[in-house]
Ligand binder design. Structure first.
Ligand SMILES: Cc1ncc(COP(=O)(O)O)c(C=O)c1O
Length: 401
């Protein structure tokens, strides 16, 4: 007899993203991917060799090595003040905006926790704070995990809508959705799947609303005109999560973190202990080398931003020429959320994969507001982006749906 899975998994399947990616064949142009098309350079590989040969292979403290926690608390994982000041001078940032770094007084001993990726950080936060019957406010469209993690914890995900076409967050509408049952508000900027960024004033209003806020800043380093504002230090009820999957193309090495005030952090570390014990000691040593070499790290980040900028231009140009739509240029991350003429974008994406050998993710995978759109990832070579979008255009003109 088939064992009965726990009811907490009722209705929960592998995400649509995984299902669509499973349709990939060697001939497919894959614009469905959620990870950077970047390989480690020589220095990054040297750091990894050093971490493997001289780093510890033992358990670390549950919250991670103190050395790495100190680097993260000190803001090494964020925008350096010099870059922010230059951008402000050049009009790229609001010069009146409060400085983000150094990170506002996070104590590495009690207010930083290293996790096995941002996903594990999120899981631990939900396990630490969300009870059956609670409500969790999640963006719609938004990253698939948020609603699923709420359901696994027995809570109800309550979507707050982001409206096309600029996907602006209507903060008044969000605040109206808060009830006595609201346990967490999830914010994601830059956004997967939208590439949109939330302005500082809006973030502050959410921080001031009352409930715990989780700010998912895993795409924080992937920006175009200006660094996105962070929620770090906005209020004691704000939990910031981030990681190195996107900034350093380390998706397989599972390295993320949580920053929160001591009282808020305590139960998160407890939950994290029973999920992961600690993040990989190797990945922590590697992250420590990366964040200790500020000059190299900044040049790496500049280089990957330049690469994504070129890929974004190609994607926007191809979308306009081949699909005849103009979308607001994504301000961060590496996704374009593009309207398509289809009544069911799951069928659209599946047929496109089999008929035209291009993978994109149906917008509905990110919530009801995503219907009518597909997510095109431009974390792909310029050639793949151009060819893939051209194939979609040709297929649509030939009557494909
Ligand atoms: C918005 C968002 N948050 C979190 C994650 C998980 O990242 P990690 O690899 O750090 O677990 C992803 C991965 O795609 C993401 O898009």
């Amino acid at each position: 007899m088939q064992p009965q899975p726990a009811h907490r998994l009722d209705g929960i399947e592998l995400s649509l993203i995984r299902q669509i990616n499973a349709l990939a064949t060697p001939l497919c142009v894959n614009l469905g991917i959620g990870e950077p098309n970047v390989e480690p350079d020589e220095t990054l590989r040297e750091f990894a060799v050093r971490a493997a040969s001289t780093g510890s292979w033992h358990y670390t403290a549950n919250a991670g090595t103190l050395a790495l926690r100190k680097l993260i608390a000190a803001g090494s994982a964020g925008v350096p003040p010099a870059a922010e000041q230059n951008l402000a001078k050049n009009g790229g940032l609001d010069a009146r905006a409060p400085r983000q770094f150094p990170t506002p007084e996070f104590d590495p001993k009690s207010e930083v926790c290293i996790a096995a990726g941002t996903e594990e950080a999120l899981f631990s936060i939900f396990q630490a704070y969300v009870d059956p019957g609670d409500e969790v406010l999640v963006p719609n469209p938004g990253f698939v995990s948020y609603a699923t993690l709420a359901r696994i914890a027995g809570a109800t995900p309550v979507p707050y809508n982001l409206d096309p076409s600029d996907w602006r967050l209507d903060v008044d509408a969000l605040l109206k959705r808060i009830t006595p049952k609201t346990k967490l508000i999830i914010v994601n900027s830059p956004s997967n799947p939208l590439g949109s960024v939330i302005d500082r004033a809006t973030l502050q209003r959410i921080a001031d609303a009352g409930p715990l806020v989780v700010s998912d800043e895993v795409y924080r380093e992937i920006w175009y005109a200006a660094p996105p504002p962070s929620m770090l230090g906005m209020a004691d009820n704000v939990i910031v999560v981030g990681g190195m999957s996107k900034s350093h193309a380390m998706t397989g090495l599972r390295l993320g973190w949580v920053l929160a005030s001591e009282a808020v952090m305590k139960p998160i570390v407890t939950a994290h202990q029973y999920v992961a014990t600690c993040a990989s000691a190797f990945s922590q040593s590697l992250a420590e080398s990366i964040l200790s070499d500020d000059a190299w790290n900044q040049s790496w980040l500049d280089r990957i931003r330049a690469q994504f900028r070129a890929q974004r231009e190609t994607a926007l140009f191809s979308v306009e020429r081949e699909l005849e739509v103009t979308i607001p240029p994504p301000a961060g991350a590496f996704y374009a959320f593009v309207p398509v003429p289809a009544c069911d974008t799951v069928v659209f994406a599946k047929t496109l994969a089999t008929d035209a050998a291009v993978l994109v993710i149906p917008g509905i995978a990110f919530g009801s507001m995503g219907e009518g759109f597909v997510r095109i990832s431009y974390a792909a070579s310029l050639d793949a982006i151009g060819t893939g979008i051209e194939r979609i255009g040709r297929w649509l003109r030939a009557g494909g749906r």
